[in-house]
Ligand binder design. Sequence first.
Ligand SMILES: *Cc1c(COP(=O)(O)O)cnc(C)c1O
Length: 470
Amino acid sequence: MNRTQQLRSLPAVDEVLRSAPVESLLQHHPQPLLAGWARDAIDHCRQQILKDALADEADDATLLTLVVEHVQRLQEIDAGQSIQPVINATGVVLHTNLGRAPLPQRAIERMSAATKYSNVELDLVSGRRSKRGHRVCQLLSQLSGAEDALVVNNCAAATILVLQTICSGKEVIVSRGQLVEIGGGFRLPDVFRSAGVVLREVGTTNRTYLRDYEEAINEDTGAIIRVHRSNFHLSGFVTEPTIDEMVGAKRPDGLPVIDDLGSGAIEDMSHLGLPEPTVPDSVRSGADLTLFSGDKLFGGPQAGIVVGRRHWIEQLRKSPMMRALRADKTTLAALEATAEIHLSGHAFEEIPILKMLSTESDVVKQHCETVQRAIAGTCECEVVSSESQVGGGSIPGTVVDSFAVKIHGKNVDGLARLLRHESPAVQARVNDDCLLLNLLTVPEEDLGSMTTALCHALARWNNDPEEPHA
Ligand SMILES: *Cc1c(COP(=O)(O)O)cnc(C)c1O
């Protein structure tokens, strides 16, 4: 067939939808989605014809097959975008692309229970309307030692809410060494600007003294802020005042000190070699407001938590912005459960990320050896020591000792792709000519399903060593 004949022979959408492979997809996909893919696939095929990319022999049946295959490809892309569980074999504990903190079981149950009608703004004893998130705020106050607490959608929202509500139109003093970009293009100077606050930078990148803050204070000052450097590490000739010292700065009565901690450790983690400022320490030092994320070292759902002095928190609560930033009922439920675990003293057993960070590396090594035995006959592999990162903008410059299963081969990118196509999907790391599965971040209960997925992917890889990896 020539080009004109081929263009005329392209199948219609209906015909594509009636073909057996596409019809079987109808069971699990809404018809309009499939019809859209069919139209896109026909268009794709039309472009191929116009580019003379198809052979003259391509007849009606070939054209239909090409279109159907393209529909299947589009379906595969769509499936890979649908949110689903992923086994995190990267060793990065708080992996931003994988949703940061996996929730504790108790939080999952409470979150799920709250998805139906739930008493998010109803006091079941009095029958009256209650303050949204009242109980979780009480728990967070108790946990941090603060007078009051407030929950919004994430810590970025908390930062904006605080700056806009209590410093709008005023100057906020910050050390040059703390003007960070925290990822996803979220740059502090831009945040200050969007909150209507004038940034007053003091000190230098590596050295800021207490007197720099004190000298910058004037009648336009709205607050002094400390921003915890959460995703990079300054070392060498570095000085900056501690939060205690900042609280002790000579400042007018009522000028607040804000501590943007970000990562929000509750328990001291220095025994794990992970020095990180804690929320209770920040409150104890006298910071007026302390901000942190719910899904970093707190180990709960995505949320922004503000704890501190009652009169400031009251102002935040009354802000019109609050209505736009408030957390949903499932988040509040999960946060309640997570806060209870911290309060009960079982954080290192029940909160997945804290459990991982405190796992003995020998245990990780044993898990690696078990996996290695299961795949030994099918590929070239070994157990190697490896370093894990906390990630997610927490504890930069610090690594946790762990172990990984290392698989060698020509086309390890192809194997990584096959692993991502498994169910559950497995995310590994590729380094040069090897694939690494770091098991610090794979909980024991997932080892079985990960091994099954790995065996399946390896079998396919061995069958087709040229497996594409795009
Ligand atoms: C991570 C972080 C934030 C942002 O927190 P999200 O919960 O991701 O919005 C803000 N400030 C600091 C210091 C952080 O580390």
